[in-house]
Design a protein around this ligand. Structure first.
Ligand code: IPM
Ligand code: MG
Length: 354
């Protein structure tokens, strides 16, 4: 098949890890006979520097015309002064909105070879296999903001329709997995959470009666996630709770650097990015873990291009590499770490047709 993929390296370690995601895609293209047409565009801080806009019109047009977008990470100290007029993050939020990707899938699976290298006890994390569905284009991230010298406000609002559509994504995912959905909110305090709980309950009952649903308050969820993580299967939550809890959940797998994500809307087009961010402290050193990006490339193949076999080939390559002891610095635990490029090349070399 032929597919157009826009590649947004972004800032910090973004370009380094994106290069390895691209390498995996190119290897898949070569092995399976697909033509992936890759278009690189400036996005985030680099786009502020080069175009005075974190999401230049040309970049947005390329993304809108693409079948899928692979993104590294954006942001950094250079663009984060409290009084900065232009922020890389604003570009990312706008891009998510413009693409209409309201459902952000963030899977967390503990690789058996890494169960001992997390900060948690191996017996707690072994067997974890869960996926967050984070609402991505609503809530406090997008509400009206005010600011004067000594006060500030951020409005959090949700419509029933916004909750319904993300619940349906989570419901379908739960049906394809272990038929168990956990919805996380703060309905003891927040009005938006009361709406959230009501809508999730109604949609699940009428459209997904075969899925067991539980509701947990976000503070308790933060605790249960590290106390009994294997109990969770599909978790649906609003934008900011999802942002916070997915960083926490990524630690179950051993490192933030391992976690991929897929941001999806109603069509096939999606935005794929590791959840780790631009990590300015290690940028340019060539030591970042490319696995989150490489696994994001696998999600891209599966969800936007319908290439499930090819996606599985990448995921198998990553698993084999980890089994054989391939470790970047974040998961090396005293052993000799490989570089970003070495890890990417080793994984690409392990991609096979069967
Ligand atoms: C994420 C990031 C972003 C978010 C930032 C960079 C705006 O933390 O994708 O989790 O908060 O959504
Ligand atoms: Mg985050």
């Amino acid at each position: 098949m032929m597919a157009n993929i826009t590649v947004l390296g972004g800032d910090g370690i973004g370009p380094e890890v994106t290069r390895e995601g691209v390498r995996a895609l190119q290897e898949v293209g070569r092995l399976f006979g697909h033509e992936f047409v890759l278009t690189e565009c400036d996005f985030g801080g680099i786009a502020i520097d080069n175009h005075n806009d974190p999401l230049p019109a040309t970049t947005l047009a390329s993304c809108l015309a693409a079948d899928a977008i692979l993104l590294g990470a954006i942001g950094g100290p250079k663009w984060s002064a409290p009084d900065a007029k232009l922020r890389p993050e604003t570009g990312l939020l706008r891009l998510r909105r413009e693409l209409g990707v309201y459902a952000n899938l963030r899977p967390v699976a503990v690789h058996p070879a890494l169960a001992d290298s997390t900060t948690l006890k191996a017996e707690v994390v072994r067997g974890v296999d869960l996926v967050f569905v984070r609402e991505l284009t609503g809530g406090i991230y997008f509400g009206a903001k005010t600011r004067d010298a000594d006060s500030a406000s951020d409005l959090c609002s949700y419509s029933a329709a916004e909750v319904e559509r993300v619940t349906r994504v989570a419901g379908r995912l739960a049906q394809a997995r272990r038929r168990k959905l956990t919805s996380i909110d703060k309905s003891n305090v927040l009005e938006t959470s009361r709406l959230w709980r009501e809508v999730v309950t109604r949609v699940m009952k009428s459209e997904f009666p075969d899925v067991a649903v539980e509701h947990i308050l976000v503070d308790a969820a933060a605790m249960h996630l590290i106390r009994r993580p294997t109990d969770f299967d599909v978790i649906v939550t609003e934008n900011m709770f999802g942002d916070i809890l997915t960083d926490e959940a990524s630690m179950l797998a051993g490192s933030l650097g391992l976690s991929p994500s897929a941001s999806l809307g109603d069509g096939k087009r999606g935005l794929y990015e590791p959840i780790h961010g631009s990590a300015p402290d290690i940028a340019g050193k060539g030591i970042a873990n490319p696995v989150g990006t490489i696994l994001s490339a696998a999600l891209l193949l599966r969800h936007s291009l319908g290439l499930a076999v090819e996606a599985a080939a990448i995921e198998r390559a990553v698993a084999t590499a980890l089994d054989r002891g391939l470790r970047t610095a974040d998961i090396a635990a005293g052993g000799r770490p490989v570089s970003t490029a070495e890890a990417g090349a080793a994984i690409a070399a392990l991609i096979t047709k069967v």
